[in-house]
Design a protein around this ligand. Structure first.
Ligand SMILES: C[S@@+](CC[C@H](N)C(=O)[O-])C[C@H]1O[C@@H](n2cnc3c(N)ncnc32)[C@H](O)[C@@H]1O
Length: 270
């Protein structure tokens, strides 16, 4: 089993919440173009913010499968606080063996998984489970990272090497930092017919309102893995800390820019 590199402490949960609510969910919903009434399964639902966004758009309860008790507890707490507890039925379980009843398999209109395949050692099994979950003609949507496309400019000395070390740590823990480029293949190999391949842009520059949130997210991702990167001997701790600190000057530059994108692919069950 892989180790979930981001962890589930409150700081990481806050990063995931902002990533969802401010930066990504609107663009992802647009890409999904739900027409309303869809029966949706969210695999690796995390804190459930995207599950809830889909439920609102579809006007129907979403089933969210998540293996971490901490994530489910926080997801339920947030949903209750927002008066949206009924929008998602959270089920504890593993994406590789979905906790679905026999009479539920093959009935979903849409199965979605976002930022999960990178954390499982056998993503094909997850996608096969998702294909089994949807009905014939149903949609399977995969969204995930392809870490090596990240760019920051003007370049921060040492950052490119630090990012490479972060990606190596990812692999060493059984996660796949490049799964984003494999999404269409995964759909094909699991028996679904790939019908869409795109990117959701995830970048900004210093003149934009949300630039700081993008920078905070990037720092949160790398800094959260610091202990592991250093433990694996892939980067020296002091150098790591200095590079992260240099983001503070960099983000004040009027010409600072960063580029990233989330890989997004869709397949149809025959
Ligand atoms: C980065 S979060 C993404 C959450 C959510 N899909 C989103 O896009 O906001 C990844 C989630 O997948 C969960 N996860 C990782 N491996 C899993 C598995 N094998 N089965 C179910 N959940 C898993 C983690 O606990 C974590 O909550």
């Amino acid at each position: 089993m892989s180790k979930y590199i981001h962890g589930t402490d409150p700081e990481e949960q806050e990063r995931l919440t902002l990533l969802n609510t401010v930066l990504l969910n609107e663009a992802c919903l647009k890409e999904l173009s739900l027409s309303g009434g869809e029966k949706i399964l969210d695999v690796g639902s995390g804190l459930g913010q995207f599950s809830r966004a889909m439920a609102r758009a579809a006007g129907r309860t979403v089933i969210g499968v998540e293996r971490s008790d901490e994530q489910i507890a926080e997801a339920v707490r947030q949903a209750s606080k927002d008066g949206e507890k009924d929008l998602v039925e959270f089920r504890k379980g593993d994406a590789r063996s979905l906790p679905l009843r026999d009479d539920e398999r093959g009935t979903f209109d849409l199965a979605v998984t976002r930022f999960v395949l990178e954390h499982v050692p056998d993503p094909l099994n997850v996608v096969k489970e998702m294909v089994r979950a949807v009905k014939p003609g149903g949609r399977v949507v995969l969204a995930d990272d392809n870490h090596d496309i990240l760019r920051v400019y003007p370049e921060i000395p040492g950052f490119a090497d630090l990012w490479k070390a972060y990606m190596k740590t990812y692999s060493a823990l059984g996660n796949d930092p490049d799964v984003g480029r494999k999404l269409v293949s995964l759909l094909h190999d699991s028996g679904a017919r790939p019908v869409r391949n795109t990117w959701i842009f995830f970048g900004s520059c210093s003149g934009e309102n949300r630039f700081d949130i993008y920078v905070d997210n990037l720092i949160g991702v790398i800094d959260g893995a610091k202990e592991e990167v250093v433990r694996q001997g892939l980067f020296e701790e002091k150098k790591f800390t200095d590079i992260i600190a240099s983001f503070e000057d960099w983000r004040e530059r009027p010409d600072a820019a960063l580029w990233y994108a989330v890989s997004w692919a869709e397949g149809i069950r025959s």
